[in-house]
Structure formats: structure tokens, C-alpha cells
Design a protein around this ligand. Structure first.
Ligand code: NAP
Length: 244
């Protein structure tokens, strides 16, 4: 039975990805950092509804030592990790000139260095089994840049660059590396916006609706599956037409 590790699975898009992959029959490693109760509740939902094994694992993905411990524990329990979803992330909305050095380095650490940390820990086992799929959650702002979200946009553009380069490097080992670039998805990450702001944002979306975690998770489950066998190094946009 195949196993998937989803980072930042305690809330939002990560929760939806974990459910979609459990539904597809993967054993799941649910990573969380702060939301322990939510992660444990999700583990119970998955265990009650799908015939898969679930492990809950706390690690700050920006901390290489914590990530190495998490992956070691997961590999000793499951023996292999077949799908890695690098989803954990944070946003930051402020003027570039007001962004402190610490805010800059924190967002790069959590959104980009984390992808290095987790992928670096998981890849050796994928290389030995000559198979694997890594799916990185970027953002449409990593594709086109957002005003007042320079640090976030830079971190997410970095994820796209990492994805494309690594895809070429590990393709001969039969490992695929792809990105999903969501548009505006209704999760806690959007809670800083007022209803008025959200209405204005919605007007920018050609499909006139916000996305859901499930919309993103469906793309992730597709990229994980054999149906995506010949797809690597790609950025799949899930954004209702907001960036085309
Ligand atoms: P969310 O609801 O705020 O959830 C963020 C998740 O990331 C939580 O599970 C959180 O876990 C986890 N996380 C944050 N920092 C972490 C750390 N240091 N170590 C481990 N886990 C950490 O956000 P979301 O909307 O689902 O976003 C998920 C991903 O999609 C992010 O990479 C985000 O940039 C991207 N994205 C979101 C949107 C959107 O509109 N929502 C659009 C484009 C891209 P804990 O609570 O346990 O700490």
C-alpha cells in the first residue's frame, strides 16, 4: 500500500489533500506544527472513513532537524513514502519597505527552505525505490507577483524554480516533481480580509467564485496518480481563471 506525507495537513488545503489522498487509498502521514487538536481530529476522520493507516507527526517544516526526525519515524513505520505534498505555508501582506529582515527570512524559511528540508529528507528513499511523486503547493502570486506580498511571492516563485530544476534532476530515477499554483482559496489564510475586500477580490476572478481546498486537492490527487505518469516539472494553476 502506498504512503503519502502531507505537510501542514492540520488545516485548509493540507487537510483537503490528506482526505483526497486517503480516499485514493494512500496511507497518510499528517504533519502539523501548532494545530495538534485539528491534526488529531483529522486523523480520526480519516481512520473512521477510509481503510488506510494514519500517522500524525509534529514538525516545524522550517527546522531541518525536526523534519529529519519526522521522516525517519515515518519511514520506520511505513517503510516508504511514495507521495510528498509540500503544502505548509504562511502568508505576509505588507509593503516591501515595511518588511523586516526577520519577516523576510521567516517566510522564506517556512515557504521555501521547508520544501528543501522535507524533499531532501524524503528523496533518498524515493530514489532507492525508483519511484515517487513530489507535489509542491506554490501560488498564483509565485507566477505573476502580488503587490504588498513581495516576500510571499518570492518564496512561492522559488518553489516553482525548485520544482522545475528538481524535476529534471530526478526524472531518470522515475520521480516526478510538480507544482500546484492555487488562486484565492477560502481557508484561514484568507481570514485577514474583510467581506468588502473579499467582494472586490471576487470581481477579479473570471469564474466569479472562490476556490476550495478540495479544488486544489483534486489537482494534487491527479498529479499523484498514474494518470499523471508523463507529467513532470509543471505548474498546474487552480485559480478560476484569475491568472492565465
Ligand atoms: P492555512 O489554512 O493557513 O493552513 C496553513 C497550514 O500550514 C496549517 O496546517 C499550518 O499548520 C501549516 N504550517 C504553517 N507553518 C508551518 C510550519 N512552520 N511547519 C509545519 N506546518 C506549518 O493555509 P492554506 O490556505 O491551507 O495554505 C496552504 C498552502 O497553500 C500554503 O503553502 C499557501 O501559501 C498555499 N496557498 C494558499 C492560497 C489561499 O488562497 N488560501 C493560495 C495560494 C497558495 P499548524 O496550524 O499546525 O501550524
Amino acid at each position: 500500500m502506498k504512503t503519502a506525507l502531507v505537510t501542514g495537513a492540520s488545516r485548509g488545503i493540507g487537510t483537503a489533500c490528506a482526505i483526497a489522498l486517503a480516499k485514493s487509498g494512500y496511507n497518510i502521514i499528517l504533519n502539523y506544527n501548532k494545530s495538534e487538536e485539528k491534526a488529531k481530529n483529522l486523523a480520526k476522520i480519516i481512520a473512521d472513513n477510509y481503510a488506510v493507516d494514519v500517522m500524525v507527526s509534529k514538525a516545524d517544516v522550517s527546522d531541518k532537524a525536526e523534519v529529519d526526525d519526522m521522516v525517519k519515524e515515518a519511514l520506520s513505520h511505513f517503510g516508504h513514502i511514495d507521495v510528498l505534498v509540500n503544502n505548509a505555508g504562511v502568508s505576509l501582506s505588507k509593503l516591501f519597505t515595511d518588511t523586516t529582515e526577520k519577516e523576510w527570512s521567516d517566510i522564506i524559511a517556512i515557504n521555501l527552505t521547508s520544501v528543501y528540508n522535507v524533499t531532501h529528507a524524503v528523496l533518498p528513499s524515493m530514489i532507492s525505490s525508483h519511484s515517487g511523486s513530489v507535489i509542491n503547493i506554490s501560488s498564483m502570486w509565485g507566477q505573476v507577483g502580488a503587490s504588498c506580498e513581495v516576500a510571499y511571492s518570492a518564496s512561492k516563485a522559488g518553489v516553482i524554480g525548485l520544482t522545475k530544476a528538481l524535476a529534471k534532476e530526478v526524472a531518470p530515477s522515475n520521480i516526478r516533481v510538480n507544482c500546484v499554483a492555487p488562486g484565492v482559496i477560502m481557508t484561514d489564510m484568507m481570514s485577514e480580509y474583510s467581506d468588502d475586500d473579499l467582494e472586490l477580490i471576487k470581481e477579479e476572478i473570471p469564474m466569479c467564485e472562490f476556490g476550495t481546498g478540495k479544488n486544489v486537492a483534486d489537482a494534487v490527487a491527479f498529479l499523484a496518480s498514474v494518470k499523471a505518469h508523463y507529467i513532470t516539472g509543471q505548474v498546474i494553476s487552480v485559480n478560476g481563471g484569475m491568472v492565465v
